[in-house]
Design a protein around this ligand. Structure first.
Ligand code: ZN
Length: 485
């Protein structure tokens, strides 16, 4: 690697934070609690395994962010970014056949981070200003999923140079395979997942399918990598792959959330239609359940609720025996009921067994209670749900624990609005912006709050001084950010 000088962990983290701010605000970024929970559970397990193997030092663990971004993109891709950030396209989740396969890709990316490969790539660019470097990495990312878009982010001819310079070397790829494989198996994932994932990539490579697999462009399959893998494979016991029902449901979810167009949504529905019955019957049960899951969500998106519920019944039968799959099936029902404008049904599906530690349940419950309150104007005789008085306190407790949860802040803001507490609603909305790294947006909302205070003249002193403090903090932060550019 030449000089072998790496930039410091702190400098790498700072660069990563800059890139993360942009990705957070990217319209492709999707904050889906269920898919987030899934990817996070794998990521956390791999981090733990990596720590136990001594690949992840305490210093690196404390300095880096270890955050995962999900992108709506339907292509197969995952990418490690400076500072312990990682991006995952929904297309990857939709394409892999098991949690083990997904873990194998994430373990490979994690190893690029822990082996400081990214630090070494950045050091080669150290003559560049950090901000420009951030823009270059973002540009290379855009080029990965959409070659035409690359030039929009990076000025003209630089793009080609950047592509060449930011790619990992052959040695780095082999090292990430080797370390990733041990971290993954050491974390309790089936080694078979590494092999079958590698086969998927090989096959895409053979058909030169880099359009759907941008992952192959950033991590090319060299003959050495293939030989290494085959050698590893010979040492493995030939165990049949596990049936992974939960994975297929979440893959179906990833498919329905990434395919936004009407045609694509109808395509997902057509796979569950009577015309496709023979291929549906021929599919493995878990694959079939995944198709139903995607079809339910797509039908709900198309507002064809009759069809959505019909498929949901079949999904319920298919998931009855599996606790985590039937949880996903119940949450899906709550989601459909909410979309249909039936919040009390959604609450029934959530039941009393909801776990307030899980973000998915918490957000769905809050949405349903809020909808029931909003559906019940003062003049109506229908009563809002009995849970209504719990909404604000539960959301307040939640954001106190998870201040970066922008969706929860937004729900809290709506809850205040429904109670006529406009000032508090505006402040919660401001915090929602801040949680998404939009400090300027947050500042604007807090200034609106200051105006409200002036107009009313009867706000309590403590509330007003908190608002003033937040305005000063955000002003300072916005100034600091403008100096970094
Ligand atoms: Zn790689």
């Amino acid at each position: 690697m030449g000089d072998g000088v790496e930039i410091s962990m702190t400098a790498e983290r700072k660069l990563g934070d800059r890139i993360a701010r942009e990705l957070f605000r990217d319209p492709d970024h999707i904050d889906d609690p269920l898919l987030d929970e899934y990817v996070w559970s794998i990521w956390r397990r791999l981090l733990q395994g990596s720590k136990q193997r001594g690949e992840l030092s305490p210093e690196l663990e404390n300095t880096f962010a270890w955050a995962v971004f999900l992108g709506r993109d339907r292509t197969v891709n995952a990418f490690a970014l400076p500072g312990g950030y990682m991006g995952v396209h929904l297309g990857l989740i939709a394409t892999v056949s098991s949690e083990d396969e997904l873990a194998s890709v994430l373990a490979h990316e994690l190893s690029h981070i822990t082996q400081r490969h990214i630090a070494r790539l950045i050091s080669r660019q150290s003559n560049q200003a950090p901000m420009l470097l951030g823009a270059m990495i973002l540009g290379a990312l855009a080029a990965g999923s959409n070659p035409q878009a690359a030039t929009a982010l990076i000025a003209g001819g630089q793009a080609v140079a950047v592509q060449g310079q930011l790619n990992f070397s052959r040695e780095m790829e082999r090292e990430a395979d080797r370390v990733g494989f041990s971290v993954m198996t050491g974390s309790g994932y089936a080694p078979q997942g590494f092999v079958t994932m590698f086969e998927k990539l090989l096959q895409a490579n053979r058909f030169n399918d880099t359009g759907a697999f941008p992952y192959l462009r950033s991590h090319p399959l060299t003959t050495e990598r293939i030989a290494d893998m085959q050698a590893r494979q010979q040492l493995l016991p030939t165990t049949p792959p596990v049936s992974d029902l939960t994975h297929y449901l979440l893959a179906g979810r990833a498919r329905a959330l990434s395919y936004l167009g009407v045609d694509a949504q109808r395509g997902l529905m057509s796979l569950a239609m009577p015309a496709a019955a023979s291929s549906l019957q021929a599919a493995k049960p878990e694959v079939r359940a995944g198709m139903w899951y995607a079809a339910v969500l797509a039908a709900s998106n198309q507002r064809d609720f009759r069809q959505a519920w019909a498929w949901h019944t079949q999904l319920q039968d298919a998931t009855r025996m599996n606790a985590s799959a039937s949880r996903l099936t119940r949450l899906l029902a709550a989601e459909v009921a909410l979309a249909e404008g039936k919040p009390s049904q959604a609450l029934e599906w959530l039941g009393n067994a909801w776990n307030p530690k899980s973000r998915s349940e918490m957000l769905l419950w809050s949405q349903a209670v809020l909808a029931s309150v909003q559906n019940t104007p003062q003049t109506s005789t229908a009563a809002p749900t009995k849970d209504a008085p719990l909404l604000v306190p539960r959301l307040q407790a939640w954001v106190a624990t998870y201040p970066r949860d922008a969706q929860a802040w937004q729900l809290l803001s709506s809850a205040y609005h429904s109670q006529g507490k406009t000032l508090r609603a505006v402040c919660a909305e401001a915090e929602g912006f801040a949680a998404k790294f939009d400090e300027q947006g947050a500042l604007n909302r807090y200034r609106a709050a200051q105006d409200l205070v002036k107009q009313s003249g009867q706000t309590d002193f403590i509330e007003a001084s908190i608002i003033d403090t937040r305005v000063r903090q955000l002003q300072a932060r916005v100034f600091e950010l403008s100096m970094e550019r």
